[in-house]
Design a protein around this ligand. Sequence first.
Ligand code: CTP
Length: 409
Amino acid sequence: MSKPSPQKPRVLLGVTGSIAAYKAVELTQKLKPFAEVRPVLTHAGSRLVPEKALAKASGFPVWTSLFEGATPIPPGTPGGSHPLAVVPHIEYAKSADLVLVAPASADFLAKLALGLADDLLSTLCLYATCPLWVAPAMNVKMWNHPAVVQNREILGKRGLRFLGPYSGHLACGEVGDGRFAEPSEIAFQAQSYLNHRGQWRGRKVLVTAGPTQEPIDPVRMITNRSSGKMGYALAQAALNRGAEVTLVTGPTRLIPPPVARLVQVETADEMHREVLRRLSASDVVVMAAAVSDYRITQASPIKIKKRKGGVTLRLEKNPDILADVLRRKKTLQTVVGFAAETDRLEENALAKWKRKPCDLLVANRVGKGGRGFDSDLNELLVFSLKHKRPIRFKKDLKSRLAEKILDLV
Ligand code: CTP
């Protein structure tokens, strides 16, 4: 007798009225090899993608209305004064492994932020207890509208995961943030999450991210071009695996992932203190922050006034946080360091690895022509104690690279 095939994880795919709705068909096809996909279409979504196409791609009927398929309670059932007994999609939401709203329109983000339940999809989003992810797609002006920014913040704080949007050419002809994440990227993230969820449960992960800022006076500072995207992607990837994540971050413009502890710092000194305080309780330490190597010897308490001639700033060394972490590292701890290089990537990174022998050293090119800083993409060279040669990860989204780095951890 053949064994019954294991049940595939269940993904409830919400499709809303964004111009990218037509890509939901391709997304369904990409999710289907590893998940059972049940599409839920909003009224506006149904104007942009044919129900039939989604049904064909998923192999299931598309749910559009709250009362569709409800089984009436037979007359005379005790206590059965309510007209409905079982509503199949509500039952399904109970057992879903992931609710994915892709694309998510500005309107739908607003509904989620308010907790409205005036159609099937918004009701299911309130009802489901599994993780809820959104992949927004809209015009750049909408994405940056204060109302949408506020809703994004509310949802981020509530623990929703945002996939994209990315920057680039938009359907309306404008250029900017608002591009729907590629269906292959969304499917990759969903698969990673569904495959790895819970694998790192009980593991404590400490991640540093972003730049540090060293004050010159109350209005000026020394900093660098790090956006924090790589560190935040690593924190999110560790969360996907069920780890307890602490994120120690310098100032960034990003919405932080819903980590257990978010520690916001400005200077290298503060980051040094916060990392060392938490080091002994961490199993994995990922040092993705671009820490300023120097600080002003004596920052002025008042604004430095313009004078004739130049100004000389005296700098002194900041602590090397990674070096201190390695000095205190216990055998069972895993430490991942980064190397940001503008030139001779392999040679410089190797020299750095010898100076700071972490379990993994992730090297990337920064500066002109490099992708490391302030980009959604990166390409990496990873030195690992377990591999003879450095491993090359080709140009890819930071979210995908983060998963690959954690696979090596
Ligand atoms: N790092 C750190 N503390 C510092 C400087 C760097 O913890 N004061 C960490 C970074 O988080 C990264 C690694 O060390 O994981 C390498 O950082 P990078 O800036 O590439 O190199 P540096 O060691 O600062 O050397 P250099 O600036 O000469 O390239």
